[in-house]
Design a binder for this molecule. Structure first.
Ligand SMILES: [Zn+2]
Length: 131
C-alpha cells in the first residue's frame, strides 16, 4: 500500500527478449493491402485476410438471428407494414361498398316517397302565378 510520502519506483518492463505473446502477435499474418503511400499494410490480418481498416464493407447478416435483429433495428412504426397495408386495403373496399349502399338507399327512399305522394290525375293542375 502506498503512503503519501512514499515515491513509487518505476520498474523497467522493457526486457531484451519479448515475451511469448508479443512474439506470437508479431508472427501473425499481415494485411498486405496497398496503402495510400503505396506500401503494403503491415497491420495484423483478420480471418478474411485483411486488417480491421482494409476488411471491406460488411456483407450483411448471415444468420436468421442476425437478419431478425437487422429487421427490428430498421423498424420505425409499422404504418407501412404488410398488415397495415392489408388493413388499409380492407378499409378502402368497405368505404367504396358503403358509398354504393348509401346511393342505393337514397334511390330506394326516393322511390318510396314517389309512391306515397301520388298526384291524382283528375285534379286540375295549378296554373303558375302570373304578374
Ligand atoms: Zn490493412
Amino acid at each position: 500500500m502506498k503512503t503519501p510520502g512514499q515515491i513509487s519506483a518505476k520498474i523497467n518492463t522493457h526486457s531484451p527478449k519479448p515475451p511469448r505473446s508479443i512474439a506470437t502477435a508479431a508472427s501473425a499474418p499481415r494485411c498486405g493491402a496497398r496503402t495510400r503511400s503505396g506500401t503494403p499494410c503491415y497491420a495484423p490480418a483478420m480471418a478474411n485476410g485483411r486488417c480491421r481498416m482494409h476488411g471491406g464493407k460488411s456483407t450483411g447478416p448471415r444468420t436468421l438471428e442476425g437478419l431478425e435483429r437487422r429487421r427490428l433495428a430498421t423498424f420505425k412504426h409499422g404504418k407501412r407494414s404488410v398488415e397495415a397495408r392489408a388493413a388499409a386495403q380492407l378499409r378502402g373496399e368497405a368505404r367504396r361498398l358503403l358509398t354504393k349502399l348509401q346511393a342505393l338507399l337514397a334511390e330506394a327512399d326516393e322511390a318510396e316517397r314517389a309512391l306515397h305522394t301520388p298526384v291524382p290525375p283528375c285534379l286540375p293542375q295549378k296554373a303558375p302565378k302570373q304578374g
